[in-house]
Design a protein around this ligand. Structure first.
Ligand code: HEC
Length: 169
């Protein structure tokens, strides 16, 4: 019996090591290219919120924690960053023509930040007040005035305390 356990352990270890070797080409993709150009942020506050909730996947300033280097986790994380940067990159804004409505939609519907990212990154969680702040900030940054918020309209009372947003204008 002891030998069986020993061999199970050795095989598991072997598989783990092989996975790490297979993942090497993925590790090479875990880079942070130079920041080319950020958007012309309407306020530092908008940037801070975006940095907290979006930058890991949508900028060239991704934090790569130790576990992100370990297969099989590394494949999921690297894919998110590669695809995230392709969709929106706050560090290379010039090449993007993202619509503010698109941001409002993915943020309000809880699609972004990706829900499976939140358990390990509680700091990226946005309260509904912060979501609205970020949305308004992104509208201002992109240069449009926000359309009337729809589902979020009923939550507007609790936003009163966030007057500092107006002061930045
Ligand atoms: C854990 C990684 C991750 C985080 C954090 C994240 N995103 Fe994304 N985002 C992605 C990926 C991957 C895609 C591309 C695939 C997709 O559309 O689901 C994407 C796509 C998008 C798109 C394009 C959607 C479309 O359908 O074209 C927008 C807009 C977006 N994200 C905004 C945000 C905003 C705003 C935040 C912060 C509040 C954020 N994302 C945080 C990973 C992330």
């Amino acid at each position: 019996m002891a030998t069986v356990i020993k061999w199970v352990f050795i095989s598991a270890l072997g598989i783990f090591v092989v996975l790490q070797l297979v993942a090497i080409p993925t590790l090479v993709q875990q880079t942070n290219p130079t920041v080319v150009q950020e958007p012309n942020w309407d306020s530092e506050q908008t940037r801070t919120l975006a940095r907290r909730a979006c930058f890991d996947c949508h900028s060239n300033e991704t934090r790569w924690p130790l576990y992100s280097r370990v297969a099989p986790v590394t494949w999921f994380i690297t894919d998110h960053v590669v695809e995230g940067r392709e969709a929106v990159n706050f560090s290379d804004w010039g090449t993007f023509n993202e619509e503010a409505e698109e941001f409002a939609e993915v943020i309000r519907e809880g699609e972004m930040p990706l829900p499976n990212y939140l358990p390990l990154h509680p700091e990226a969680h946005l309260t509904s007040a912060e979501q609205e702040q970020l949305i308004r900030g992104l509208y201002a940054t992109i240069g449009m005035s926000p359309t009337q918020p729809n589902e979020a309209a009923d939550e507007h009372e609790e936003h009163e305390e966030h007057e500092e947003y107006e002061e930045d204008e």
